[in-house]
Design a protein around this ligand. Structure first.
Ligand SMILES: CC(C)(COP(=O)(O)OP(=O)(O)OC[C@H]1O[C@@H](n2cnc3c(N)ncnc32)[C@H](O)[C@@H]1OP(=O)(O)O)[C@@H](O)C(=O)NCCC(=O)NCCS
Length: 180
């Protein structure tokens, strides 16, 4: 499926563009608090953000991998990023917001919107996400968006900002679309 723009009550999720590099760099890419529980490390220069974006732009549509930037519809401010990887019968999402925009329900709105998009794919019966066991905000967002915690996966993956020991994560999933 081609990259599409998704909308929700307050947000527009659109495919990233090269010109987004500056907003991503100044908005969140250098912030260790945002990067703590994700798989990338804080960017040291805007060139790193540009390279990161270029990778997404080149590989975005491959393997049913959908990247979006999260923007506020009212003023087009870039708030964060989210992606979905579709591998029927499941799809998996990951997301982040700039710290100044936390705590206003945007994360929940994003997850619900991307979940609906995932369930719209033929053959997708499950949308899932993993989050580090200490990432309470993410766990709460996934629950509020309608996912259920299915269990704890031990020493499941590396988090480059937390050292070299594999870390435990919670596996969250929804198996029926949430009505939004
Ligand atoms: C996870 C993230 C996207 C949440 O976005 P958000 O817009 O702040 O989320 P919402 O406002 O929809 O909901 C946040 C919920 O978490 C709760 N929360 C926040 N920090 C918390 C904490 N330290 N402990 C417990 N709950 C917490 C809030 O109270 C809120 O729940 P409530 O509505 O019941 O009060 C944002 O924190 C983020 O970008 N974090 C860094 C990147 C990241 O970890 N991404 C997830 C990778 S799996």
């Amino acid at each position: 499926m081609p990259l599409t723009t998704l909308t929700s009550a307050r947000l527009t999720l659109r495919p990233p563009q090269r010109v987004d590099a500056e907003a991503i760099f100044t908005g969140y890419a250098t912030d260790p608090a945002v990067a703590r529980f994700v798989v990338w490390t804080p960017h040291q220069s805007i060139a790193e953000t540009e390279a990161f974006l270029a990778h997404f732009l080149e590989h975005g549509a491959e393997d049913d991998n959908y990247p979006w930037v999260i923007t506020r519809t009212a003023d087009a401010v870039l708030l964060g990023a989210v992606h979905l990887r579709v591998e029927p019968p499941r799809a998996e999402l990951g997301f982040n917001l700039a710290r100044e925009h936390w705590g206003r329900g945007y994360g929940t709105e994003v997850v619900q919107t991307v979940m609906a998009f995932g369930f719209g794919h033929a053959g997708v019966h499950r949308v899932q996400a993993v989050c580090h066991v200490d990432n309470a905000a993410s766990a709460r967002v996934l629950e509020k968006a309608g996912m259920r915690r299915e269990g704890r996966l031990h020493r499941y993956m590396l988090f480059p900002n937390l050292g070299t020991e594999p870390q435990d994560v919670y596996l969250y999933a929804a198996t029926t679309p949430t009505v939004i």
